[in-house]
Design a protein around this ligand. Structure first.
Ligand code: PMP
Length: 282
């Protein structure tokens, strides 16, 4: 396959990481994952704006404009003939002798991007997934899409060991988010998710769902809820770029209501697919 490295299109085998790259040594960088449907990026502008926001929050200067990045990524998709899948991209603070302080301004960020074939998770979307709850041990800047994912990795591994799809993290009394997803509950007609602050990543899928709720007159609250609220909810679902709107049918081995996919969740899945088709075609 062809990958993008520092603005050049090169074969996958030729893309190598330096042992003193700050991403490799410190996780000092940021990333994005963008869905590709029908050979077209979904919500690329929103992802690239979040990337730009993350880079500003940690002081990495990206020398490409959003339109330059868009052009490079579109070329990458076409060079790999990708139809359904994802695009992964990251910027690190570059290569410099190991030292915690930032390198001088002449050190340029390392930029890589590559594509991967990935089908839509149709089985999960239709039947739902199981989750467990775990303590959120991460730092207090989860709004940055940082390469430092150790807390998320450890949370996800607990789910894997429990044969679950995802871990739902909680900080004191509040459910924050999944290891790589946002978490939602539904009660009656009301949809609720954690407010976008420093304790969660403001998912692009989350933002689209909020927009869809608003456009369709659905009741929505952006406010943290408790584990008790999660267990008592009529419906629970998670959202992410790769998982879209995935129903959660069991929490800690206890079925959510009757363990069936809820009606509001199904409605949002339908609206979400309409949004994909509107942007990327059928
Ligand atoms: N929270 C975390 C911690 C994540 O890693 C992700 C997925 N990247 C999300 C939420 C969902 O974000 P998005 O909808 O932009 O994929």
């Amino acid at each position: 396959s062809t990958v993008l490295m520092n603005g050049e299109f090169i074969p996958r085998e030729e893309a190598k990481v330096d042992i003193e790259d700050r991403g490799y040594q410190f996780g000092d960088g940021i990333y994005e994952v963008i869905r590709v449907y029908n050979g077209k990026m979904f919500m690329a502008k929103e992802h690239l704006e979040r990337l730009s926001a993350s880079s500003e929050k940690i002081g990495i200067a990206i020398s490409y404009s959003i339109s330059e990045l868009t052009n490079l990524l579109e070329t990458l998709i076409s060079k790999n003939s990708l139809s359904t899948g994802i695009l992964y991209m990251q910027f690190t603070r570059g290569i410099s002798p190991r030292n915690h302080g930032f390198p001088t301004d002449d050190v340029t960020p390392t930029f890589i991007a590559y594509t991967k074939i990935m089908q839509r998770p149709l089985d999960n979307l239709e039947n739902g997934v199981s989750v467990i709850t775990v303590e959120d041990i991460r730092w207090s800047r989860c709004d940055i899409k940082s390469l430092n994912l150790l807390g998320n990795v450890m949370a996800k591994q607990k789910a894997v060991e429990a044969s679950c799809y995802e871990s739902i993290q909680y900080r004191e009394l509040s459910v924050t988010e999944g290891s790589s997803s946002n978490i939602w509950i539904v009660n009656g007609e009301k949809v609720q998710t954690h407010e976008a602050n420093q304790f969660i990543l403001n998912g692009i899928t989350r933002q689209k769902i909020i927009q869809l709720c608003n456009e369709n007159g659905m009741e929505l609250e952006e406010k943290a809820f408790s584990i008790e609220d999660l267990i008592d909810a009529d419906e629970v679902f998670l959202s992410s770029t790769t998982s879209e709107v995935t129903p959660i049918t069991s929490v800690n081995n206890v079925p959510v209501k009757e363990g069936k996919v809820g009606e509001v969740t199904k409605k949002l899945q339908g609206l979400f697919i309409d949004a994909i088709i509107a942007e990327c075609g059928q």
